[in-house]
Design a protein around this ligand. Structure first.
Ligand code: SF4
Length: 676
């Protein structure tokens, strides 16, 4: 439905909106539009933390909106699956066909044979968990555990602190010690970098823990490069150093925590020497970390998401987040921990989702999509409805996901902005709007912020916003009325906490509590039943294969000794914008590992294990630790020589807590292409 006069009658104007993409920073955007087309995307001033500048990724977002891969109209498959040949149809024809197939499946194998598949990382409060929830919950489809990212850290944070808000960017300057643990803000949250630099100029000591010498690691006072999956022993060794050295803050532990005894017992076996040996780091460097952490105040630990992506990831996150409790680092500005602040405003999607109660249908872990498509029997997955997600690029065990998508008896809907790797395997394609064409509500998870996302241009082609498509489909299936997205917007805003909804509608953003910079244990406290930190939550302990804080050894073997990691890159936001990548991806490898394999720079190589093989060029890079190789996260299949990406080598095993993905548990071998 047209919202305005025809775009060609527009002049030039700059429209304020916000970025909802999967990045902690949540920039305000000023988008310049000329005759209805986006000509410039720049930073705006509303979110003061992001200081009016934005990343290079979103500056070029117009290339996605108007790019050759953009989906412009609904279409249905012609010819074999995966060939990529589609015929244009109308929205009515496409939605009628989807509704017909859904009803047919419910009448034969049952509605649980339908699997909605989405991930909301790059979506705000409006484009996920609104009318899509009404449709799929109401219809009784299988449910999806959306655990590909932040599930282990989220489980740990929830159990220990009830997701107490963390230290925000503007308070980093007050810290005397900053530990960046498993996070590279230069690639995934650039606005943190100047705050860290400012703190360094003010005299803060910087420690970086990352298997790679990232830009910040190269300028740090101390860099530990552990083997992937060994952050847990490192954190437990620091705990042991604190407890056994009489450096724990017993007063804080007695007053504000429970479970310290169990944590201490679990840490007891991790001497500095043993942890350093397992992690492959210098024991003197690990001891220095422990000394720095025990003596500095304010001391701040930034717990990133890189450290969760392995079999020990949940326990590692819990152990790291427990450090400020044991060392008594709370109660001062710039001290404590910094994690996701997505819960800081107290917004709960249940306020609107629970209009349609969640049925107790089958729960499918998204990290095991290939398994679900190929092995589930009772019922099998007969229909896959993909939206807000590109699983063929982003999910583990890529070859099995691909095999599943090729099933001729699987009816696949892909509702997307561009022709993704997954879209190629669709039976029905639906074109989705981008955040420049629809309303949304962007919630930051670094800075505490909430901003209105406004459409700055008309939907391109026949693209339609999520709220309208899912309500339209729901109405065709007798599950309520079709809505305009503005109806859905008003409905969601009306269910926000009242002080937020009024300000959001009036000004387009909200004033964060405590000036957006709460002090932990002064302004904010654990959101647990007794307001205490639970350092040994029984539920986590019971659910972890080796118990909470129990270390599971490296999955490497003689055949596949190298750890493959796939960290965030400066080019994409997970896989979003992957279509714009022009150059083939390159495997980063330490020169010592290359020499041992007779590899020279730019050699074509096979990176392989029993799950698959990636063919690409190799770069020799002393900034990555020996024994570890790296490919960028979020690659599309076109970015390698053979159409496989790192996820083809990633097992679909799950993290110890939260059912997360073990991307960094891929163990591989590398050889010259053509040599076996
Ligand atoms: S991706 Fe992050 S840094 Fe880039 S514009 Fe969006 S919020 Fe800002």
């Amino acid at each position: 439905m047209a919202r305005t006069l025809a775009p060609e009658t527009w002049g030039r104007s700059t429209v304020r909106t916000a970025c909802p993409l999967d990045c902690p920073d949540s920039c305000t955007l000023d988008v310049t539009v000329e005759k209805g087309r986006v000509v410039k995307i720049d930073g705006g001033p509303v979110n003061p933390v992001t200081r009016n500048y934005i990343c290079a990724k979103v500056r070029r977002f117009g290339e996605r909106v108007y790019g050759e891969d953009r989906l412009l109209y609904p279409a249905v498959r012609k010819g074999p699956k995966g060939q990529g040949v589609f015929t244009r149809v109308t929205w009515d024809e496409a939605l009628d066909e989807i509704a017909r197939r859904m009803a047919e499946i419910r009448g034969t194998t049952g509605a649980e044979a339908i699997l909605p598949f989405c991930y909301g990382g790059s979506n705000g409060l409006l484009t996920q968990d609104t009318n899509d929830a009404r449709l799929f919950r109401g219809f009784g489809t299988s449910r999806l555990a959306r655990t590909v990212c932040a599930a282990p850290t989220g489980a740990a944070n929830q159990a220990l602190y009830g997701k107490m808000p963390g230290v925000t960017y503007s308070d980093y300057v007050h810290a005397r010690l900053i530990v960046l643990w498993g996070v590279n803000p230069s690639a995934s949250g650039i606005h943190l970098v100047p705050y860290v630099r400012e703190a360094q100029r003010a005299g803060a000591t910087l420690v970086v823990i990352d298997p790679r010498a990232t830009a910040l690691a190269r300028q740090a006072d101390l860099h530990l490069a552990p083997r992937p999956g060994t952050d847990l022993p490192i954190a437990l060794a620091v705990h042991r150093f604190l407890f056994e050295g009489g450096l724990a803050d017993q007063g804080f532990l007695d007053t504000h925590t429970r479970g310290a005894g169990e944590l201490r017992a679990r840490a007891a076996e991790w001497t500095i020497e043993r942890a350093a040996d397992v992690a492959g780091v210098d024991p003197a460097a690990l001891e220095r970390l422990a000394q720095l952490y025990s003596s500095a105040s304010p001391a701040l630990v930034r717990c990133g998401w890189g450290l969760e992506r392995n079999r020990n990831g949940g326990s590692a996150a819990a152990a790291i987040m427990a450090l400020p409790s044991v060392a008594g680092k709370f109660g001062v500005r710039g001290g404590g921990f910094s994690m996701s602040n997505s819960s800081a405003l107290g917004i709960k999607a249940a306020a609107w989702m629970n209009d349609t109660p969640e049925p107790a249908t089958r729960l499918v872990n998204m990290n095991q999509l290939g398994r679900a498509l190929l092995e589930f029997k009772d019922p099998p997955v007969d229909m896959l409805f993909v939206y807000n997600c590109n699983p063929l690029a982003t999910m583990p065990d890529q070859n099995r996901v691909l095999e599943g998508l090729k099933r001729e008896d699987l009816f696949t809907v892909v509702y997307e902005q561009v022709f993704t790797d997954t879209a190629r395997y669709a039976d029905v394609l639906l074109p989705a709007t981008t955040f420049l064409e629809n309303y949304d509500i962007a919630r930051g998870y670094g800075p505490i912020s909430l901003q209105l996302v406004r459409p700055v241009i008309e939907p391109f082609g026949e693209a339609r916003p999520n709220a309208e498509v899912f309500s339209d489909l729901a109405s065709r299936l007798g599950l309520g009325d079709a809505e305009l997205e503005t109806d859905t917007l008003l409905s969601v805003v009306g269910r926000l906490p009242p002080h937020l909804s009024a300000e959001l509608m009036e000004t387009g953003s909200v004033t964060p509590p405590f000036d957006g910079a709460p002090i932990q244990f002064v302004d904010v406290f654990p959101v647990t039943p007794d307001r205490k930190v639970d350092l040994f939550p029984e539920a986590l302990h019971a659910g972890a294969p080796a118990g909470l804080y129990g270390f599971q050894p490296d999955p490497g073997t003689d055949r596949f000794p190298l750890a493959l990691i796939s960290p965030a890159s400066e080019k994409t936001i997970t896989s979003t914008l992957g279509e714009l990548r022009k150059r083939a991806a390159v495997l980063q490898m330490n020169p010592a590992d290359a020499e041992a394999r007779g590899l020279a720079p730019d050699d074509p190589v096979r990176v392989f294990n029993d799950l698959g093989e990636v063919q690409c060029a190799v770069a020799l890079n002393k900034d990555i630790r020996p024994g570890t190789v790296s490919l960028p996260k979020g690659l599309w299949r076109k970015s390698t020589f053979n159409g496989s990406t790192s996820n083809a080598l990633v097992p679909d095993t799950l993290t110890d807590l939260g059912g997360g993905a073990c991307f960094n548990d891929a163990r591989v071998q590398v050889a010259l292409l053509g040599r076996h």
